[in-house]
Design a protein around this ligand. Structure first.
Ligand code: HEC
Ligand code: HEC
Ligand code: HEC
Ligand code: HEC
Ligand code: HEC
Ligand code: HEC
Ligand code: HEC
Length: 372
């Protein structure tokens, strides 16, 4: 650990990882991304490993990309068997990599193994500060301060937009923390206007529903399609009581989906594959609807649109044996009069945020006058 200034520095030092970062050359001069590797890779690798058509889908144009996906990193701090070293080892390099390997291998090895993938040579932060797979990752600095940002604010600015450190946190996040450093639920995601911590805005500041961090949140929470009561966060997520609650920030993105309540009614077993949901009760995945042969769209795409029309989740009426002979839309109110009007429209009441409905409430309402 290098010398840090004053009490602040001591505090930063206390929580940094136990694993000392050995230095190559002089103790304070590890080979690092900003100072050495970024320009080396720009010269030797970017010609093939940049842009939308990067070779092997691997880009060397930023630190995070050069490390590879966090779930399957191309480089692991201290590991001489890291994939990147194998690929550019002159002894085994393929034709694509012979020339870059000769130029870059030794330096890259110094970076990965003794340099532990240092991001920069800083008088303030440890080299692992930008590596999500490193115990020194900056997220853990905030966590170890009980998610209080005030120390970060002292250098990065009260608004975290740069301050005297001249490095803005909001280049990568959309953080809105109070001046005392204590976050609220909408400090990292959501929108104080609606009082809901659900995106938009997403963690990176996105507001368009085509961004998977935003997706169909608002459609569910505010019932844009006027088909049901608002869907609670808890149908799809564990909702943390506090920022530091278990299950909230203890893994890296993407956010976890943990279905319960309405989503699993009638023995439904919902699945999320990162793009679409299948078998959710709400979209016709319950035991009574899952075998409906005329349902048109029971696997909605999270960032899609126009997926909740009449006939999507179940037929009009469903074809599963319970609607024998000749019933046609809009002849539903005869038996489902608490759910639909005689014209075939869904009945809802109350203001948007406190709307109620017999439709998509977990119960099949036949010959009822009101719903639980
Ligand atoms: C002439 C084009 C070219 C250059 C220059 C080049 N590569 Fe590659 N690289 C490829 C191709 C093509 C592949 C995929 C097939 C293969 O391994 O040859 C690849 C694959 C890789 C992989 C494997 C990615 C994975 O996810 O498994 C790594 C790591 C890699 N290159 C690193 C580098 C580094 C580091 C440099 C610069 C020192 C570099 N490459 C320079 C063309 C290139
Ligand atoms: C004593 C001042 C100081 C404090 C306190 C501080 N930082 Fe920094 N930080 C800097 C400076 C200066 C840089 C720019 C690089 C350098 O010179 O070290 C930086 C860079 C960074 C970077 C690298 C970003 C990039 O793209 O270059 C991250 C991430 C970061 N700080 C996170 C934090 C977090 C999180 C906290 C609070 C736990 C924090 N910092 C507290 C001064 C500080
Ligand atoms: C160069 C991009 C970058 C910069 C600059 C940056 N971060 Fe991060 N930060 C990340 C990444 C990547 C993650 C990990 C996201 C994940 O996979 O969970 C992260 C995670 C976090 C987390 C955990 C919650 C979350 O949103 O994922 C906090 C808190 C955090 N950063 C605070 C800061 C602070 C404070 C600063 C400025 C002092 C800062 N970051 C600057 C890239 C950055
Ligand atoms: C209908 C299911 C559903 C409901 C209800 C729901 N979410 Fe989500 N949420 C998702 C999906 C799907 C994702 C995308 C996960 C991914 O990125 O892989 C997500 C992602 C998120 C993210 C991460 C955003 C990002 O930037 O990556 C946050 C935060 C979040 N939800 C909070 C909430 C909160 C708070 C509520 C209630 C106010 C809520 N969600 C209600 C399905 C839901
Ligand atoms: C320091 C930034 C931060 C604050 C403050 C914060 N969140 Fe989150 N939240 C995140 C991140 C990052 C994720 C994605 C976590 C993941 O990848 O599992 C997330 C995800 C979620 C999710 C989706 C489920 C999950 O855990 O993945 C919900 C729901 C949620 N937050 C609700 C809340 C509530 C309620 C509060 C206030 C008690 C809150 N958040 C405060 C950063 C924050
Ligand atoms: C997002 C999926 C979805 C869409 C779209 C949908 N439904 Fe439903 N519908 C359901 C589910 C799930 C049920 C099962 C019973 C429940 O939970 O209310 C249901 C039940 C019903 C019932 C039986 C009465 C009841 O409340 O149980 C009627 C009638 C009905 N829907 C009519 C319609 C009409 C008319 C439309 C178009 C305006 C429509 N549905 C669109 C999911 C949907
Ligand atoms: C003659 C009475 C009758 C009419 C008319 C009727 N239904 Fe039903 N519906 C029922 C009965 C009975 C059930 C089964 C209730 C149970 O299983 O608890 C049912 C169940 C349902 C369900 C739940 C899934 C299932 O198959 O059990 C849906 C959805 C549904 N009806 C939609 C409709 C729609 C849409 C219309 C109008 C096109 C309609 N029904 C017209 C009597 C009727």
């Amino acid at each position: 650990m290098r010398a840090l200034q004053g009490g602040l520095a001591v505090a930063l030092a206390v929580c940094s990882c136990s694993k000392a970062r050995p230095r190559e050359g002089t103790l304070a001069q590890p080979v690092s991304w900003e100072e050495d590797i970024s320009s080396l890779f720009a010269a030797q690798c970017n010609s093939c490993h940049s842009g939308a058509t990067a070779a092997a889908g691997y880009r060397t144009t930023s630190y995070l990309e050069a490390l590879g996906p966090t779930s399957d990193p191309v480089a692991t701090a201290g590991d001489p068997n890291s994939r990147v070293l194998h690929v550019i080892d002159p002894a085994v390099a393929d034709q694509n990599h012979q020339a870059p390997a000769a130029a870059a291998f030794a330096q890259t090895q110094e970076w990965v193994v003794p340099g532990l993938l240092s991001f920069f040579r800083s008088g303030i932060h440890e080299g692992g500060i930008m590596n999500p797979n490193d115990p020194e990752f900056h997220k853990y600095l905030v966590r170890d301060r009980n998610w209080n940002f005030s120390e970060c604010q002292s250098c990065h600015g009260t608004d975290l937009n740069g301050g005297k450190a001249a490095v803005s946190c909001n280049d990568c996040h959309a953080l809105q923390v109070g001046s005392d450093g204590v976050p609220t639920c909408t400090s990292c995601h959501g929108n104080s206007q609606t009082q809901a911590p659900a995106p938009p805005r997403s963690l990176t500041g996105a507001t368009s529903s085509s961004d998977s961090g935003v997706g169909a949140h608002q459609a569910h929470l505010f019932g844009h399609f006027v088909l049901s009561a608002p869907i609670a966060c808890s149908a799809c997520h564990l909702v943390p009581a506090e920022v530091g609650s278990k299950g909230h920030l203890d893994t890296l993105r993407p956010a976890e989906l943990t279905f319960s309540g309405l989503a699993v009614a009638d023995s439904a077993q919902p699945m999320w594959n990162g793009v679409s949901c299948s078998n959710t009760y709400c979209h016709g995945g319950g035991a009574k609807l899952v075998n409906d042969t005329v349902a048109l769209l029971q696997t909605p795409v999270w960032t899609g649109s126009s997926q909740v029309f009449c006939g999507a989740c179940h037929g009009l009426p469903p074809q599963n044996g319970r609607h024998p002979g000749g019933i046609t839309y809009p002849d539903c109110a005869r038996c489902h009069g608490a759910t639909v009007t005689t014209g075939g429209a869904i009945i809802v009441s109350g203001p948007p945020e406190a709307r109620t409905s017999c439709h998509i409430n977990g119960v099949i309402d036949v010959f009822t006058t009101s719903c639980p």
